[in-house]
Ligand binder design. Sequence first.
Ligand code: AMP
Length: 193
Amino acid sequence: MKNIIIFGAPGSGKGTYSAEIASRYGMGHISTGDVLRAEIKNGTELGRIAQGYIDNGQLIPDELMIDILASKYDSMPAGQGVIFDGFPRTIAQAEALKTMLAQRGHDLGMMIELIVGEDVLMERLLRRAKLEGRADDNEETIRKRFAVYHAQTEPLSRWFADEGIRHTFDWSICKTKEGMLDAIFKEIEKQNA
Ligand code: AMP
């Protein structure tokens, strides 16, 4: 399977769709947010550094993220394809990912962009705050994460389009999770045919 980069704003469903894709096609799944939250939970040095950024809705510095990502990628089973969930989030991370993969004789594969309006995103994130109790899912931090997304991450959409690998899926058109999944699975199968 080709590698997949899942791209979208906070609350767009990256984690949910990644899990569905991973289980359907037996792919590896790297969620950088989950990796960082596990480090925090285990009280590691990396977790201590990450916590300050996460609680403020800021991004962890690129060099640190790139190292974490590369070592995680090398620990995945070979040949099954990997889903990158929450990485890259900056142009520098995207360039570094492309280089890291090329050094291993691999490529970016395909990018899947989830497009969801901000009112729906806010509603979902506040609901998740109640259900999962994520420390960074409060309204103030969510607003900061949206601002960081628009400033640092959204421009990457164009970068992927220029690479010729961007595929967009719009919640307002698909309307349901099943509708989104159906369209996403069709595109993945087309790209791997
Ligand atoms: P997520 O679970 O993907 O929403 O990530 C939660 C938080 O972890 C983000 O708000 C960032 O503080 C941090 N984080 C996750 N992935 C990255 C990344 N690729 N680059 C920088 N920071 C990240």
